[in-house]
Design a protein around this ligand. Structure first.
Ligand code: ATP
Ligand code: MG
Length: 231
């Protein structure tokens, strides 16, 4: 597979339907420049998560083309374990069976340092150090430690950022965070360098304000609006 080096996204006349259901998207064309910041909004069930899955390649367009850096998404390297590429923070992130640290590094010890730095930036430290075993606390299926959803979401965000992706797809993964977690995330995104294309599904004005453009999903269309009109 080809490596993503810049992080642009292009849809050319994309139509998508789940099986025999009515199309979620019809004839959508859009283009996102590398380093751009996009917020995606739309009603419940309008297709926000589907749009991200199409960008990630885990849903496949019924017709049309989806290109990352000009290459078909199916040909792109998007293994979440490697640096660069595309990382996806799903709406309902999961913990793997292992320690919190392993959940951040995806069992790659070489990523430990960067994972812990990002965890600290996102305020995960303060939560984890309250646990007797800290980052060695065992989580996931069958573990004694049940973490609050908001903490699981922070772990999922750190895991994705640790990949230092060229494209970060973020699907409302702060919905369960407390206000402190939410604010640390906002600050992190605000400070993120323009080597990363940031595509966030979010209905929160605080995150939408970071975006260069807002994409509104309306019926089967994706309508871009220039944001920052007030800036
Ligand atoms: P939410 O605000 O709840 O997160 P969303 O905007 O992310 O919703 P999607 O999850 O993308 O919306 O779903 C869009 C539509 O497709 C919904 O009507 C949903 O029920 C339907 N849908 C989602 N996944 C599937 C699937 N695997 N098979 C069939 N229909 C699906
Ligand atoms: Mg969704």
């Amino acid at each position: 597979p080809a490596q993503i080096s810049r992080g642009s996204v292009e849809f050319r006349d994309v139509t998508f339907a789940y099986g025999k259901h009515a199309p979620i998207f019809e004839h959508v064309s859009l283009s996102i420049e590398h380093g751009e910041r996009i917020a995606i909004s739309g009603d419940n069930g309008s297709g926000k998560s589907t749009l991200l899955r199409l960008m990630y390649g885990s849903s496949i367009a019924s017709s049309g083309e989806i290109l990352l850096d000009g290459m078909p998404v199916a040909d792109c390297y998007r293994n979440a374990q490697e640096s660069g590429g595309v990382a996806f923070v799903p709406q309902r992130g999961e913990l793997f069976r292992g320690t919190i640290l392993e959940n951040l590094t995806m069992f790659k010890p070489s990523l430990r340092r960067v994972a812990l730095r990002i965890a600290s930036d996102l305020g995960l430290d303060e939560v984890v150090y309250r646990l007797p075993q800290g980052y060695n606390t065992r989580v996931g299926e069958g573990s004694a430690e049940a973490l609050p959803r908001g903490v699981t979401q922070r772990i999922a965000v750190v895991r994705a950022l640790t990949r230092q992706p060229r494209i970060l797809l973020f699907d409302e993964a702060n919905a369960a965070m407390d206000s402190q977690g939410d604010e640390r995330l906002r600050q992190y995104f605000e400070a993120l360098d323009r080597d990363t294309t940031l595509i966030m599904v979010t209905l929160r004005p605080s995150l939408q304000k970071l975006a260069d453009r807002l994409f509104k999903i309306e019926d089967t269309a994706v309508n871009p609006v220039r944001f920052r009109l007030d800036a």
